[in-house]
Ligand binder design. Structure first.
Ligand SMILES: NC(=O)C1=CN([C@@H]2O[C@H](COP(=O)(O)OP(=O)(O)OC[C@H]3O[C@@H](n4cnc5c(N)ncnc54)[C@H](O)[C@@H]3O)[C@@H](O)[C@H]2O)C=CC1
Ligand SMILES: O=C([O-])CC(=O)C(=O)O
Length: 266
């Protein structure tokens, strides 16, 4: 039985708890949230993981694996210290690595703790193909993220436009994956994931689009290199609890957890 500390208990965390509820090989024993999130987490835990304690930092003992589904700030606050203590960590907020030096800090912390940090594919696919293609050399990687206007509320996309009355698809950002992930921390984690698997945060071109014509979160990756080329289109359903977040992110995190305990991993 693998004892898991889950960081974050929002849309992703709650759906993960639902999905692994009856799992005989995984037990979420601690839920880590900030003070302001404790009451909501206690309510979710009461039905979904009654054996778990709700805490504000990763417990000092009794944890085998840390899973982050909380947001960029949680990487520095919880993941770095856990890695230094030797706890393997699974990270969903991959966009946090757009901050200067954080990727190197994560690597150093994992080395110091003789463990590993795993960046999950989350809402995007073909990360295996892209990361493999990198070994042969990549020439260009482009990522386009298209979501309904309401998914961009609370972001810089609101500047100079009323998302609620947007009639036509609108490019709200064009630039590097590094800029995209840092300006849109809750919407462009996949831009960082695609870039870290491929050409890096500065050479991966990103476009973000608010589109009243779509109901799903549509992610497109186009890659060219020595391997040939591919075009990937994902039409992801968003979680009811958070229109910014695709349900596939939950499934990706659960897959990563199950692969740690399964006799065969895929
Ligand atoms: N890799 C991917 O494909 C995706 C990654 N994400 C990442 O997952 C994060 C969580 O997504 P949702 O569950 O939809 O968000 P949410 O807003 O529904 O839930 C966030 C949860 O984290 C907690 N939290 C916030 N700051 C924290 C901190 N510093 N330490 C510990 N807990 C903290 C909140 O109390 C809440 O329980 C996003 O912010 C994003 O960074 C989201 C979607 C896709
Ligand atoms: O869930 C998604 O569709 C993608 C997302 O929010 C992110 O990349 O941060």
């Amino acid at each position: 039985m693998m004892r898991v500390a889950l960081i974050g208990c929002g849309a992703i965390g709650t759906s993960m708890l639902e999905l692994i509820q009856g799992d005989a090989t995984l037990a979420v024993v601690a839920i880590v949230v900030p003070d302001f999130g404790v009451a909501a987490a206690r309510a979710a835990v009461a039905t979904l993981a009654p054996g778990a304690e709700v805490v504000t930092s990763v417990p000092a003992a009794g944890i085998d694996l840390v899973v982050e589904a909380a947001g960029h700030a949680a990487i520095e606050a919880h993941v770095l210290p856990a890695l230094k203590r030797g706890l393997p960590c699974i990270v969903a907020s991959v966009g946090a690595l757009s901050a200067a030096g954080l990727a190197e800090q994560l690597e150093q912390a994992a080395q110091a703790g003789q463990t590993q940090v795993q960046l999950i594919a989350g809402a995007i696919g073909a990360i295996d193909a892209l990361a493999a293609a990198r070994a042969g050399g990549l020439d260009a990687v482009r990522y386009t993220g298209r979501k309904p206007p309401q998914a961009w509320t609370g972001t810089p996309a609101e500047q100079g436009r009323d998302l609620a009355t947007l009639a036509l698809e609108t490019v709200i950002f064009e630039g590097s994956a590094r800029e995209a992930a840092s300006l849109y921390p809750k919407n462009a984690n996949v831009a960082a994931t695609v870039s870290l698997a491929g050409l890096g945060l500065d050479r991966t071109r990103v476009r973000l689009i608010a589109d009243p014509g779509v109901t799903e979160n549509v992610h497109v990756v186009e890659a060219e290199g020595a391997f040939g080329s591919f075009e990937l289109t994902m039409r992801n359903k968003a979680l009811a609890a958070n229109p910014k977040t695709s349900a596939l992110t939950v499934y990706s995190a659960v897959r990563a957890m199950r692969n740690r305990v399964a006799p065969m991993a895929i």
